[in-house]
Ligand binder design. Sequence first.
Ligand code: ZN
Ligand code: ZN
Ligand code: ZN
Length: 298
Amino acid sequence: MPNYREKYNFPTNIDGDGSPTALVLGSGTSTGVPVIHCGCPVCLSENPFDHRLRTCVYLTCDGFGLLIDPSADFRLQALRYRIPRIDAVIVSHAHADHVFGMDELRQYNRLQENSTINIYARDFVIDDLSHIFSYIANYKPSANSQMYRPQLRFCTLPQAPYKIGPFTVESVILPHGPAKSTGLKISAHGKTFAIASDCNEFTTEATNLFSCVDFLLLDGLRDRPHPSHLNIEDSVALMKKLQPKIGRFIHISHDIMHAELEARYPHNYGPAYDGMKVILGKDKPEPPSQAALNYIKF
Ligand SMILES: [Zn+2]
Ligand SMILES: [Zn+2]
Ligand SMILES: [Zn+2]
């Protein structure tokens, strides 16, 4: 087996000196933006910030790579941002936009010397994943089975704080229309990140857990109300209450141009965008990378 990292010169980590860092791989809602064959101004925009791949975030610390939600666009995201490694994955809930990149993880099995990758989620999500991905959950490697399937281990994430590599993960279950989702607070080296990308209400438990983090990503679908998601006004009002150092809304639809949202929210509570990178603890995101500025022409 060739060493792919040496062969293709993959970077060993994206976190510079090892500081906890969050990279937004996708900031879009379930359809992604542009929406297939939509002719609206946002979908036709050539501003790269108006392209929103499906919601997905990559966290690194000390060279450990933690993926939040293997989105339906994960292959494109991994290529675009040259994601070097995936040591563990957390899944917030099993909606298609958040999990249909699961099969792409098999390439990381190869890159990482065939090691199995742990997929963490609360028990109700593990039940769904085991059905949707039964060919992965029931996979038993053996000497004569050479099937090219992902080697993943589905693990229940407990309610109590739980250690995954250098990160400590705390989670809270949130209402998401007729479904449920998981809000996550993830800490390392005294720095904190939190995400609740799919929810239509915030519980007291979530409010307590998510207060005063360094970087917060909250559901903010669009201006109009939606039965399963917070709208932008709700999301920004919540940020003002939760007081993160940097707060951005995510899971954004094709209803509004990025520039319009930036103008509406000129301070630290505003829209996330694909390729947004935050070194946790800093009071501003890093300048957008070339990958974030590259317009993908479809
Ligand atoms: Zn979603
Ligand atoms: Zn559109
Ligand atoms: Zn959802």
